[in-house]
Design a protein around this ligand. Structure first.
Ligand code: ADP
Ligand code: MG
Length: 698
């Protein structure tokens, strides 16, 4: 029998394949590009392309594509075949270094937020050699970045790579100050935990809302939901187990380190987590994982829902972004060290994160803003829209002691002298319990929990990396000038704790009292919705910070502002149109039919027994007729609202109208329809109920 180690990575042009198929010189030079970002010589690129093509063809590939992450949607690819005519009338398989390094997809229909005039609509894709090429189906996929001819980023990967570089630049300055001269570079790593729902495909296809929008727009609460907590970590059902098994195999073949899988809190909800990897690779892998999850589901008669809130009243799906910073020498900079000096370094990096999250709360919130995630944040299942940091009692006490120069009342009861004392050991598991915090320290990494399940992890990590780079830059600017490094360091850490401790919160993030305190006492931001936060992307402080690190140009930020809001408006408008369509063409006719059957049954009773009361029928007819009138009226209101919001003069105003007018209309319509569903015979209701969807997969 084949074991996992026999086929792990068999579809990846990874280091093993490179070593085996490239000459020693070419391999060495490619490795230099991968590890140190050295420029790639065209001769080397040709040799790599040729070896890559031979390997891909031997493994059944006929086409290649530059695989990239456009600003909306999961991933994009345009397939070109390797074939090239040969003089004898046959074909040969060809692939050059030029084709490997740079592609020109005709991508004029990808959103660019006004960045590309149509005459230069093509843009180009550029190979990211640090993320291995892989075969999917019969296509060699080459991970790439996507830019316009003016060099502006049209994708999510370009700014992600720039943000990693920004963090690397500033962290290296700090490490030099601590005398770490052997470190060549610093990289961030991410392990994203991915939540999803599985529903039966036949049922899914009966619901236009799921088909068109990925979530249910109507649906009465089922008799049983998640209140028993019996699904969480429960036994995995056979159909789901078969799905997970095949999913794992497909991911392993692609070199994705899928590791843990379990049921989540909601019925039909599950989670998959990979072992963490370098951020850009983790981002590529997460995009691939989402794609493969959906593909494999179809083969099992299932549909994988990645929407943040497929079902009202049931937990939605998120993605936990476990994030750390490490040196190429293998030191995790967010891990408390063994020596006093290492500890001081750890505390400085910790401070950098605390300051970054406080100063750029808005950017973190913006990085996870989508119409789907607006349903989830603050809905008692996911962190609130207010960003705060959980550090755990021990670490908080240590920081307090440093701030006040007071004795640390942990095990040792001594004053902490930075660079002199060793940090007291704090047991890891006590730092890992608070699940309500948006941004939690979990021993040697931070877990950012606001991401929605369908979000690309790129956006969150771009903001995280760059804002931490900004704190480190401020620190390096100060410390490089300091006469007495140790005392300057001590002052800097104390000052940072003092200035930014308002962002630290160890309590229950789901509590209403916290939101009140956060906003009213601590002055933290609470941007509930996407239209609330996105305009702040263009706040002067944010533009200044992001452009100063070379992560975005001002033009790119404007384009992202446009695209995010456009996407929000389109998403909600499609939902509203789907609701109106379902209400008029499915729900109202179903109620009519049922009412008419009740009426005939009452009439039949009366014809047999003229004094029959028929109170049941007439009462129900009365209620349902009232609801049908209401549904019809609300549908008309909704239709007018759809027209109204589209008349707004720009996308920002449209998004406000959607938030304030369209969404309330949708909620009112839904309430009436759900009430009618509870009163209508199952036989007449036009689509599967919540109960069937949530408990239908055995
Ligand atoms: P949880 O209790 O949240 O399930 P785990 O320890 O299982 O936490 O880790 C969840 C994710 O965090 C996994 O993807 C794991 O690989 C990742 N992870 C662990 N250590 C690190 C690290 N140092 N940097 C980034 N991610 C990490
Ligand atoms: Mg976790």
């Amino acid at each position: 029998m084949q074991t996992v180690s026999d086929y792990f990575g068999c579809n990846v042009f990874d280091d093993r394949v490179m070593k085996a198929n490239l000459t020693a010189d070419v391999y060495r030079s490619l490795r230099k590009t991968i590890d140190e970002g050295a420029k790639l010589d065209i001769g080397v690129a040709n040799a790599v392309a040729s070896a890559m093509k031979d390997w891909a063809v031997a493994n059944g590939a006929t086409h290649y594509t530059h695989w990239f992450q456009p600003l909306t949607g999961i991933t994009a690819e345009k397939h070109d075949s390797f074939i090239s005519p040969s003089p004898d009338g046959g074909v040969i398989m060809e692939f050059s270094g030029k084709e490997l390094i740079k592609g020109e997809p005709d991508a004029s229909s990808f959103p660019s937020g006004g960045l590309r005039a149509t005459f230069e609509a093509r843009g180009y894709t550029a190979w990211d050699p640090t993320s291995y090429a892989f075969i999917k189906g019969k296509t060699l996929c080459i991970p790439t970045a996507f830019c316009s001819y003016g060099g502006e980023a049209l994708d999510k990967k370009t700014p992600l790579l720039r943000s990693m570089e920004a963090l690397n630049r500033q962290a290296m300055r700090i490490l030099k100050l601590f005398g770490n001269n052997d470190v060549k570079c610093v990289r961030t790593s991410v392990g994203p935990e991915q939540e999803y729902f599985l529903v039966d495909r036949a049922m899914y296809e009966k619901r236009k809302d799921l088909v068109f929008t990925g979530r249910t727009l109507f649906g009465a609460k089922p008799p049983k939901g998640q209140e028993m907590d019996d699904h969480y970590f429960g036994v995995i059902k056979p159909r789901v187990a078969a799905y997970m098994e095949e999913l794992n195999e497909e991911l392993w073949k692609l070199g994705i380190l899928a590791k843990t899988e379990h049921n989540e809190v909601a019925p039909a909800q599950h989670e998959l987590a990979p072992i963490y990897s370098t951020t850009n690779i983790a981002a590529d892998h997460n995009q691939l994982t989402m794609e493969i999850m959906q593909k494999v589901a179809l083969k099992h008669g299932l549909v994988c829902l990645l929407h943040e809130k497929p079902f009202a009243g049931v937990n939605g799906s998120g993605k936990h972004n476990n994030w750390s910073i490490a040196t190429d020498t293998g030191v995790n900079l967010l891990s408390p060290g063994e020596t006093p000096f290492e500890n001081a370094q750890f505390l400085l990096f910790l401070c950098a994160v605390i300051q970054a999250v406080d100063d750029y709360q808005d950017l973190l919130r913006i990085s996870v803003a989508t119409a789907g995630n607006d349903h989830r944040l603050g809905a008692n299942e996911a962190p609130p829209a207010v960003v705060s940091i959980f550090l755990g009692e021990e670490l908080t006490a240590i920081l307090e002691a440093i701030e006040k120069d007071a004795p640390y009342s942990g095990t040792k009861k001594t004053t902490m002298k930075l660079g002199v004392d060793v940090l007291p050991k704090f047991p890891r598991d006590t730092t890992d319990r608070n699940r309500t915090s948006p941004f939690a320290f979990t021993g040697n990494k931070f877990e950012f929990r606001m991401l929605g399940s369908s979000n690309s992890i790129s956006c969150a990590n771009i903001m995280l990396n760059t804002s931490v780079a900004e704190s480190l830059k401020i620190y390096a600017d100060t410390l490089e000038q300091a006469k007495d490094f140790k005392s300057a360091l001590h002052d800097l850490i104390r000052k940072t704790i003092k200035d930014h401790k308002r962002i630290l919160f160890n309590g229950n993030g789901y509590d209403d009292a916290w939101i009140k305190e956060a906003v009213e006492v601590r002055g933290l931001l609470n941007y509930r919705t996407t239209p609330d936060c996105i305009p702040h992307l263009l706040d002067e402080k944010n533009v200044k910070m992001l452009t100063s690190h070379g992560v975005f140009t001002e033009k790119e930020l404007h384009s992202r502002f446009e695209i995010t809001l456009e996407n929000y408006c389109k998403t909600v408008t499609i939902e509203a149109n789907t609701m109106a369509d379902m209400a008029r063409r499915q729900i109202l006719p179903a109620i009519e039919k049922y009412v008419s059957s009740l009426a005939s049954s009452a009439a039949a009773k009366k014809s047999v027994c003229p004094e029959a009361a028929c109170g049941y029928e007439s009462g129900l007819i009365n209620k349902l007729s009232g609801l049908a009138d209401g549904i019809s009226m609300k549908t008309s209101d909704l239709e007018s609202a759809i027209v109204h919001v589209q008349d707004e003069e720009n996308v920002e105003k449209e998004s406000y109208a959607i938030r304030d007018i369209l969404i309330p209309c949708m909620n009112e319509l839904r309430a009436l329809v759900d009430e009618a569903e509870r009163l209508t015979s199952e036989e007449y209701w036009p689509y599967p109920s919540y109960g069937e969807l949530l408990f239908g997969v055995k």
